[in-house]
Design a protein around this ligand. Structure first.
Ligand SMILES: Cc1cc2nc3c(=O)[nH]c(=O)nc-3n(C[C@H](O)[C@H](O)[C@H](O)COP(=O)(O)O)c2cc1C
Length: 186
């Protein structure tokens, strides 16, 4: 049977993003359980209801097609000013429409957040909850994943984790999410 497909939507669009690196770590840890599809959001025009008709931007359509083909979603939510990033909110808005036909609606999901700061970007992570609720997305509740103190020494650009403590919590999250995806998409 084909492996489930999981859309990875990373709220950071910067090249050396720690959240992206940890998404790569999760992908490596779960490669035998599901396929991760990296869905870029950096070039999405800002959502505008006026242009969501027949002449909608091709970037929205490409993004929507990628998400539509996936069975579940893994969000990485950095924290900007105690909330999610603008890029991520825009991607959620684009994925939520046209009304009733949004490609995110109903897809099982999980959220992790990472920051060099000590709080684990908890506010950036939890800021997604109202969106997830309104989009009727089943959300993996445990383990919660707020990863603080992340830096270049702990995780390399390719997602290799050098820090045992971080590796342990990322692996716990990755395994739980693989179980969650199998339960909801198997
Ligand atoms: C505009 C802006 C606002 C930020 N606000 C927060 C914040 O509220 N809390 C926090 O922990 N880090 C904050 N940071 C620092 C980010 O956590 C840090 O840049 C982090 O590396 C972003 O995630 P990334 O590595 O995946 O890009 C902010 C950074 C920027 C650029």
């Amino acid at each position: 049977m084909a492996k489930p497909k999981v859309a990875f939507i990373c709220g950071s669009i910067r090249e050396k993003s720690f959240n992206r690196r940890l998404g790569k770590a999760v992908a490596a840890m779960t490669a035998d359980r599901f396929e991760i599809v990296d869905v870029p959001i950096g070039e999405l025009p800002l959502y505008n209801q006026d242009t969501d008709g027949d002449d909608r931007p091709p970037e929205w359509e490409a993004y929507r097609d990628m998400v539509r083909e996936c069975d579940a979603v893994l969000f990485a939510s950095p924290e900007y000013n105690r909330s999610m990033t603008g890029a991520l909110k825009n991607a959620i808005d684009v994925g939520s429409r046209p009304k009733g036909k949004g490609v995110l609606i109903g897809k099982p999901c999980a959220v992790f957040s990472a920051t060099p700061g000590s709080t684990g970007a908890e506010n950036g992570n939890l800021a997604l909850l109202p969106c997830i609720k309104t989009l009727d997305m089943p959300d993996m509740g445990q383990p919660e994943a707020y990863w603080g103190g992340v830096n270049d020494d702990k995780v390399a650009l390719d997602g290799t984790i050098a820090d045992a403590g971080l590796e342990k919590v990322v692996r716990q999250f990755a395994n739980a999410f693989a179980d969650y995806v199998e339960k909801h998409c198997g």
